[in-house]
Design a protein around this ligand. Structure first.
Ligand code: PLP
Length: 282
């Protein structure tokens, strides 16, 4: 355990609980089926970033799974309580988790968990990334919505297995590729690509999560009059690009040094600027 104790708050009512003591029933559908949704929110110098977009995405994931959610105000209050109860640290990771509840109850179980963030510094310095087949076409959200492509569900075992496969192959992370040849996202991150002065990401309609981090960067780039948009890209497009990053709320902007065997240019200054924008420090 880290020197900073994690904080656990149940919803509704923002009930604090001991994170080191048993808290969930073994028949909770989070445990028996991975049936639920979650969000991971970054808190930098005590300020939670993109809370609204994260709660919007939680609602979107829940809609895709016909999952009832506690009221948004209850979730926000629990999040605030968790942040206030944690020791002040430079980087805090807050998870909001909602499961379909105890089997047969029909009532969701919801909780917020805050802990000092993992150390992402080596990712932020640059990563070797491999491509892995995700086994779904970019048309899957339309043809097979029950596969939940683009929902942030609790069933992340596949995402974690892909990350272990990257490590087995001497890399740090993964870029998933659809069966029709287009790149998608990382197991826990969104792809951002630079082509000249254009910044590109995978369309959400292809079955990726609507990333809050890419949303922040696109808003900043567009405010400067730069082009930032969704576009379907192949592996060759990314390998031959002017730079690529995997983005997420906790890792921030991690530049790719390599995609499979191809070496990519890394712009340290721009990466640092992205980091400041994503922590709200810009
Ligand atoms: N895609 C997937 C599959 C993720 O799990 C995540 C975040 O954890 C992201 C993208 C990035 O989302 P955000 O930038 O909102 O953290």
């Amino acid at each position: 355990m880290s020197v900073h104790s994690p904080v656990l708050i149940f919803v509704p009512g923002s009930r604090p609980a001991d994170p080191a003591a048993p808290a969930l029933l073994v028949t909770d559908l989070a445990a028996t089926r991975g049936d639920g949704v979650f969000e991971t929110i970054g808190v930098f110098d005590g300020r939670a970033v993109n809370v609204g977009p994260h709660l919007d995405r939680l609602e979107r994931s829940a809609r895709m799974m016909d999952l009832p959610l506690p009221a948004r105000e209850e979730l926000s209050a629990a999040m605030e309580a968790a942040i206030a109860a944690h020791d002040p640290v430079a980087e805090l990771t807050v998870r909001v988790i909602v499961s379909r509840g105890v089997e047969g109850s029909g009532e969701p179980t919801a909780w917020v968990h805050a802990r000092a963030a993992d150390d992402w510094s080596s990712h932020r310095a640059g990563m070797r990334v491999i491509t892995l087949d995700r086994g779904l076409a970019t048309t899957a959200p339309r043809t097979s919505p029950w596969l939940l492509a683009g929902a942030k569900s609790l069933s992340y075992a596949v995402n974690m297995a892909a990350t272990r496969e990257a490590v087995r192959r001497g890399a740090r992370d993964v870029l998933f590729v659809a069966t029709d040849g287009y790149v998608l996202e990382g197991p826990t991150s969104t792809l951002l690509v630079r082509r000249g002065e254009d910044f590109l990401t995978t369309p959400v309609s292809a079955g990726v999560l609507p990333g809050t981090s890419v949303g922040t960067l696109f808003a900043a780039l567009q405010a400067e009059g730069r082009s930032a948009r969704e576009e379907l890209m192949t592996v060759a497009d990314v390998a031959g690009s002017d730079g690529a990053w995997l983005l997420s709320s906790s890792r921030l902007a991690a530049p790719l040094t390599h995609l499979d065997e191809a070496e990519l240019p890394v712009d340290r200054e721009l990466t640092e600027r992205f980091g400041r924008l994503l922590t709200g420090r810009d």
